[in-house]
Design a binder for this molecule. Structure first.
Ligand code: NAD
Length: 365
């Protein structure tokens, strides 16, 4: 059953929430498997501690769908296949489907040939990019992902005062023998746009140094990242985050052929991602025994760095998400009322009643 959590939020069981999102996606015309993949992906993002890429995105997807910017039941189109180079078009289909298909093709090739470069253009929102690294990790593959966002620009370049780029995530997955993998996965803005949205819904400020207002002045008012008049998020790490964002824009947008965020707006609401992924099989490189042993020796040495008294110690990328998943499996997922209301409104746009969505979300079977 749903339970009140902290003020203004409600806790939903993971299974119930998944059923509710599945019903919402299916009401938009998606086949059952598509609805299942989209719901599982979004709920896992919440469970991993990334509400910014969780079920709240489903309301955005419904707007994209109704305006023709997102197309249901699409599959990747292979535009070029040289064996170790794949150029794929996502046809504005759900990223949760075309992203999975793109990675499945890439994994197959990387396992056969040692490496595969996958250039995926025109995927609708790919969600948490770590999800795709995790798919590669299931096959024991190292993977690197550079992603751009073909939508209204929302991040200022380092030194600039208005938005000229996206939150352009970069992600690297590294398998470990007998241990949980490294999954480094972050936006190149100081905060992901969805984090401004979550703060806005919760009536909270965003941290200082993360946002400019519509005139380019620093602000902590989350609304400048969410509703007009728009400001701009800032890149993390000054020129360093901006540099990573630049290469993600060029590799994910220009090299894949999908386009950069300077493309003229079609007027349709949509979030398209371009993703350049490099998948590598350590077994083919001939260093896998050394790689596995040295990785563990290095991590052991790294963890012995002294830390201040009472501090939690050294955290490796991927660990916070796995800890959050364990908590969510036991305690369920907290959603704020603003996000939940947006989801109910989105369901109603597709003819699905709020009562049915709430009934599904509250069930734990
Ligand atoms: P974030 O700032 O929370 O950073 C997450 C990364 O840092 C993870 O790899 C995590 O394991 C690691 N990490 C967290 N705390 C750590 C610690 N104390 N020590 C060491 N490592 C630590 O992430 P974000 O920038 O808010 O991005 C959130 C998600 O948004 C990502 O999954 C990203 O792919 C996604 N995203 C997607 C798009 C898109 O268009 N599809 C755009 C932007 C972001």
């Amino acid at each position: 059953m749903k339970q009140p959590a902290r003020a203004g939020t409600v806790t939903w069981p993971m299974r119930g929430l998944t059923r509710a999102i599945e019903a919402l996606v299916a009401a938009g015309g998606s086949a059952p498997e598509e609805a299942r993949l989209v719901a599982a992906n979004l709920v896992l993002a919440n469970a991993s501690g990334h509400d910014s890429h969780g079920v709240g995105m489903a309301a955005r997807y419904v707007d994209s769908l109704l305006q023709g910017g997102l197309r249901v039941n699409q599959h990747v189109q292979v535009q070029l296949d040289t064996g170790s180079l794949l150029r794929l078009d996502g046809s504005s289909g759900y990223g949760q489907v075309v992203g999975r298909e793109a990675m499945a093709l890439g994994c197959e090739r990387a396992l056969q040939q040692g490496v595969c470069v996958v250039a995926l253009a025109n995927a609708h929102h790919l969600g948490r990019i770590g999800h795709w690294a995790e798919q590669c990790l299931e096959q024991g593959l190292v993977s690197l992902h550079f992603v751009n966002v073909v939508a209204r620009p929302i991040v200022a370049p380092h030194g600039g005062l208005d938005a000229r780029t996206g939150t352009n995530p970069v992600c690297v997955g590294i398998p470990r023998a007998g241990h949980e993998p490294i999954v480094l996965d972050f936006a190149t803005s100081r905060i992901a746009q969805g984090k401004a949205r979550v703060a806005y819904h919760r009536g909270l400020p965003v941290p200082e140094g993360t946002l400019l207002d519509d005139r380019g002045a620093p602000t902590t008012e989350a609304r400048y990242g969410v509703v007009p008049p728009y400001g701009a998020l800032l890149p993390f790490g000054e020129h360093k985050g901006f540099g990573l964002s630049l290469v993600a824009e060029l590799l994910g947008g220009a090299l894949t052929g999908g386009g950069t965020c300077r493309e003229p707006d079609t007027g349709k609401r949509r979030i398209l991602n371009g993703m350049l992924s490099i998948l590598l099989d350590p077994a083919h490189l001939g260093t896998s025994t050394y790689f596995a042993a040295e990785t563990e020796a290095y991590i052991d040495w790294l963890r012995r760095s002294p830390t201040p008294a009472g501090a939690p110690g050294i955290t490796l990328a991927g660990e916070p998400e796995r800890a959050a998943r364990r908590r969510a499996a036991e305690q369920g997922i907290d959603l704020d009322e603003g996000t939940w209301q947006e989801l109910l409104n989105a369901a109603q746009k597709l003819g699905l009643s709020a009562e049915r969505v709430e009934r599904l979300a509250a069930s734990d079977i």
